[in-house]
Design a protein around this ligand. Structure first.
Ligand code: 2BA
Length: 107
């Protein structure tokens, strides 16, 4: 099972390519813990020998991009004064987990 977390922007193209190759996938709406923005999680159940091909498809579609964000942090010792600052983060690309599946059935 390939679990991948991707940008919403890449989800349509990636799902299309995955399905074209004959694989099945489920799309879940998810939220990143750091940016607290919506992203997409795909569950793609495939035989072990197809994992590399699926990862290649994901890599070809999901492009990493740099983004400047402005998180707001409370000033030390206060609860009401906030100090904005900017930082660069990488968004897009894909975070991929490959899991062993003990059993798969449809009843
Ligand atoms: P977010 O948690 O919203 O993170 C978005 C991007 O912000 C991350 O991109 C990374 O570049 C940056 N970032 C995250 N945590 C950070 C921190 N503590 N300090 C500085 N920068 C930080 P990615 O690493 O490509 O992750 C994209 C999304 O994939 C994440 O969205 C999260 O939803 C998921 N993800 C990444 N690693 C994960 C993990 N180990 N377990 C579960 N989900 C993960």
């Amino acid at each position: 099972m390939v679990v991948c977390i991707i940008s919403n922007k890449d989800s349509k193209e990636l799902l299309t390519k995955i399905i074209e190759k004959g694989y099945s996938a489920t799309k879940l709406a998810s939220t990143g813990g750091f940016l607290k923005e919506g992203n997409t999680t795909l569950l793609i159940g495939v035989p072990a020998e197809s994992i590399d091909e699926v990862i290649e498809i994901i890599s070809s579609v999901c492009e990493a991009r740099k983004r400047i964000i402005t998180p707001i942090t409370a000033l030390p010792g206060t609860t009401e004064a906030f100090m904005p600052f900017t930082m660069e983060v990488t968004v897009g690309g894909a975070t991929i987990f490959v899991l062993d599946v003990e059993k798969h059935m449809k009843v």
